[in-house]
Write a protein that binds this ligand. Structure first.
Ligand code: APR
Length: 178
């Protein structure tokens, strides 16, 4: 059995090029596309992705929905909606944790073995990066202790600051668990 720490990877890259079973999209409640990573994923997957998304009828914050990946290397796109940061007293932490867990649950149902996440909510939604990184790493770690069919979770950071925060959060948890 692989150690949890060996099943989580933090990298700096573009999520659309990841060779994994599923990539996660940081979408909005409409699931009809947007800017940031959402725009990049739709652009790379092609128009069929939007067509399939239209049929889903949106997604509440903290939940997730799955579609095919079309022109992406990934077979699946798991669309989740993270919270919009409103100062931290509106259940943002819990909702962010829920977005990671819902995505991983769907991945498990679809027999996904490798999955890549962007930094959900840390762009347009304004979630403080260090706080989001801690929640992301903890949520993933906790889920992997319960489920052993997912053996690779890649946290894909798009800039140096994000990379430092997510890898720092992963080191913290690894050190604390030893
Ligand atoms: N690969 C990996 N990460 C990326 C990419 C990419 N190609 N493009 C952007 N990112 C990063 C951003 O730099 C940021 O760190 O993804 C992180 C999340 O930022 P956003 O895409 O703005 O997502 P979020 O903060 O969750 O806001 C969601 O933005 O585009 C809209 O439709 C989306 O309304 C929703 C909102």
């Amino acid at each position: 059995m692989m150690e949890i720490a060996e099943r989580i990877l933090v990298i700096m890259d573009d999520i659309v090029t990841q060779q994994v079973d599923a990539i996660v999209n940081a979408a909005n409640n409409s699931l009809l596309g947007g800017g940031g990573v959402d725009g990049a994923i739709h652009q790379a997957a092609g128009p069929e992705l939007l067509e399939e998304c239209r049929k889903l009828g949106g997604c509440p914050t903290g939940e997730a929905r799955i579609t095919r990946g079309y022109n992406l290397p990934a077979k699946w796109v798991i669309h989740t909606v993270g919270p919009l940061w409103r100062g931290g007293m509106h259940g943002e932490d819990k909702m962010l944790c829920r977005a990671y867990r819902s995505s991983l649950k769907l991945a498990q149902q679809y027999k996904v073995r490798s999955i890549a996440f962007p930094g959900i909510s840390i762009g347009a939604y304004g979630f403080p990066v260090e706080r989001a990184a801690g929640i992301a790493v903890w949520s993933v770690w906790d889920f992997l202790t319960e489920v052993n069919t997912i053996n690779e979770v890649i946290l894909v950071c798009y800039n140096q600051t994000a990379f430092e925060m997510y890898s720092g959060a992963l080191h913290n948890i690894t050190d604390n668990i030893k």
